[in-house]
Design a protein around this ligand. Structure first.
Ligand SMILES: C[S@@+](CC[C@H](N)C(=O)[O-])C[C@H]1O[C@@H](n2cnc3c(N)ncnc32)[C@H](O)[C@@H]1O
Length: 250
């Protein structure tokens, strides 16, 4: 095929695929390892946990999770409204994304962000199984969740924040994605409670969550202490702008 025709064909294929949100969010070029700022191993005295590998995903949708973590209580406490734009940050295989999608209804959208494409593949299977069509699977990077600016009503992070290798950069990006009255919710296993059967590295104390969120331009507005294992802490952007990341990207 002569060159101009081949080019034209390529353009047509890309234009057609550009209508598909899942394709668009996965098309964006990822930074190479050399371009990424080095990951942190510690932040404000806390050791950062390694990313949960996608082969562990069945644990996230285990049958006992509803009883152990009481997600319906969390969802009720979030008071999600139909039509809202919500991010399930670090969505894994979509345990929360599907439930959120059902709550916001067909006029709302769930940006389901994860850094592992295999998690997003499983999420898509799950969304199909539940007949949910308002989830936008979004492949982020460790420094960029690829969210639209100033649009989100809520960013929910369930058992995710303690894994961020670049917490400052991620919090900065999340802050940018929120509407003026948008909320950021941390859900983390309670470090203060030895009866919560989770490894210490995957738990956080209230004190630590507040320390890290306030250092990055958020203020605490409410806490929900009724879940069996987890803290639920809601923040909004504070007047104080977060500091510029340091030279190592943090
Ligand atoms: C323990 S799983 C929790 C999954 C889900 N929130 C749930 O509760 O079922 C943590 C997830 O966060 C993702 N993750 C880690 N760092 C991330 C980042 N910087 N941006 C987006 N996702 C991230 C991991 O790939 C993993 O799927």
């Amino acid at each position: 095929m002569p060159m101009p025709k081949r080019l034209l064909l390529l353009c047509l294929v890309f234009t057609a695929l550009a209508d598909c949100p899942a394709f668009v969010s996965r098309l964006v070029a990822e930074p190479t390892a050399a371009e990424l700022p080095p990951p942190r191993t510690e932040y404000y005295g806390r050791r950062i946990a390694r990313t949960m590998h996608y082969t562990g995903a069945p644990w996230l949708v285990r049958e006992s999770r509803n009883r152990e973590e009481e997600p319906q209580k969390l969802l009720d406490a979030l008071a999600v409204k139909p039509g809202q734009l919500i991010c399930d940050m670090g969505c894994g295989n979509g345990f929360y994304a599907v439930k959120l999608a059902q709550r916001v209804g067909p006029k709302g959208t769930i940006f389901a962000v994860d850094i592992q494409p295999e998690m997003l593949d499983q999420l898509e299977v799950r969304a199909k199984r539940y007949g949910v069509r308002n989830i936008r699977p979004t492949l982020g990077t460790v420094v960029d969740p690829k969210l639209p600016a100033g649009k989100l009503d809520l960013v929910l992070m369930v058992d995710v924040y303690h894994e961020f290798s670049h917490p400052e950069t991620m919090l900065r990006a999340i802050r940018k994605s929120l509407k003026a009255d948008g909320r950021l919710v941390f859900v983390e296993f309670r470090e203060e409670d030895p009866d919560v059967p989770i490894k210490p590295l995957h738990k956080m104390s209230k004190r630590q969550i507040i320390k890290e969120a306030t250092a990055n331009g958020f203020k605490l507005v409410s806490q929900f202490d009724e879940l069996p294992w987890q803290h639920v802490m809601t923040f909004v952007p504070s007047e104080k702008r977060p500091p510029e990341p340091a030279s190592n990207g943090e």
